[in-house]
Design a protein around this ligand. Structure first.
Ligand code: KIV
Ligand code: NA
Length: 264
C-alpha cells in the first residue's frame, strides 16, 4: 500500500496534527493530496456540489461517483467516504452492505458515519469485518431535522457527559478516529484527552489531534456566509467572478478568441 493507511492515522494520536480537507472532485483532490493525510469525500457535497438544503437527501450513488473521482485523482492520502443518511442507521447488517458497496465501487480506504453511543454496535460490526470506520459526533448534520438546525453542541455543561460517552463508545467499538464537529472548545479539548483515538476537529478545538474543513469554504467559494469556525485561506469566488466577467466582455467585443487561440 502506497497510500497513508488507517493504522498510520490512528498512530498519530497525540502526535503531529493530522491534516484533512474534504474534496469531491478529481482535479482539486490532486492538489489536496500533496498536503493532506486524509481526504474526506463528505456528504456535504449534497449542499456544495448539488445545491441541496441539507445532507439528508444525498443518495448512495452520488457518494460512490464522487468517491471514485477522488480516489482516481489521488495517490497518497487516505480517502474516507461518508455514508449518507438512511444507508446505515437501521442495522449493522444494512450498514455493512452499504459500506462494502462504497468500498468496492470506489476503492476508498475507510467510511465515516454519524452518531456516537447509538452507533457503537454498528462500528464494531463493520470494523470486525474489514471496514475501517471514522466516527462523527457533536453536531451531526444528518440529524439537523431532530436538532432543529445546525446547533453548536455542549453550550450547556450538563450535556457534556453525553458527548464524552459518545466518544468513549465509538473508540471502544473500534473507530480509528472521530470527527468532533460544532462543539464548545473546552469539551472538544476534554474529549481529546479522554479517548485513545485521534480526534479530528471542525468547529471544535486546536487541541484536537487533527483538523478538517470543507475545501470550498476555506477557498472562499461558499456564496453564503460560512460558519464562524471556517477560516478563509483563499478568495476563489472573487477570482472566478473576475475571470468569468473578463471572458464575457471579450466574447462580446470579439477580443476572444485571439490570434493565439485559433488554428491558421
Ligand atoms: O460532510 C462533510 O464535509 C463532513 C465534514 C464537515 C467533517 O462530514
Ligand atoms: Na458529512
Amino acid at each position: 500500500v502506497r497510500r497513508i493507511t488507517v493504522p498510520q492515522i490512528r498512530a498519530r494520536k497525540g502526535g503531529e496534527p493530522i491534516v484533512s480537507l474534504t474534496s469531491y472532485h478529481a482535479h482539486t483532490a490532486a492538489i489536496v493530496d500533496r498536503y493532506a493525510d486524509f481526504i474526506l469525500v463528505g456528504d456535504s457535497l449534497g449542499m456544495v456540489m448539488h445545491g441541496m438544503e441539507s445532507t439528508v437527501g444525498v443518495p448512495l450513488d452520488l457518494m460512490v461517483m464522487h468517491g471514485r473521482a477522488v480516489v482516481r485523482g489521488t495517490k497518497r492520502a487516505l480517502v474516507v467516504v461518508d455514508m449518507p443518511f438512511g444507508t446505515y442507521e437501521e442495522s449493522p447488517a444494512m450498514a455493512f452492505r452499504n459500506a462494502a458497496h462504497i468500498m468496492k465501487e470506489t476503492q476508498c480506504g475507510a467510511v465515516k458515519l454519524e452518531g456516537g453511543a447509538r452507533m457503537g454496535e454498528t462500528i464494531r460490526f463493520l470494523t470486525e469485518r474489514g471496514i475501517p470506520v471514522m466516527a462523527h459526533i457533536g453536531l451531526t448534520p444528518q440529524s439537523s431535522h431532530v436538532m432543529g438546525g445546525f446547533k453548536t453542541q455542549g453550550r450547556d455543561e450538563e450535556t457534556w457527559p453525553l458527548h464524552e460517552e459518545d466518544a468513549r463508545v465509538v473508540a471502544e467499538a473500534g473507530a480509528f478516529a472521530v470527527v468532533l464537529e460544532g462543539m464548545v472548545e473546552p469539551l472538544a479539548a476534554r474529549i481529546t484527552g479522554q479517548v485513545a483515538i485521534p480526534t479530528i476537529g471542525i468547529g471544535a478545538s486546536a487541541a484536537c489531534d487533527g483538523q478538517i474543513l470543507v475545501l470550498e469554504d476555506m477557498l472562499g467559494l461558499n456564496p453564503n456566509r460560512p460558519p464562524k469556525f471556517v477560516k478563509v485561506y483563499g478568495q476563489l469566488g472573487a477570482m472566478i467572478e473576475e475571470a468569468v466577467k473578463a471572458y464575457a466582455e471579450e466574447v462580446r467585443s470579439r477580443a476572444f478568441p485571439g490570434e493565439d487561440q485559433v488554428y491558421r
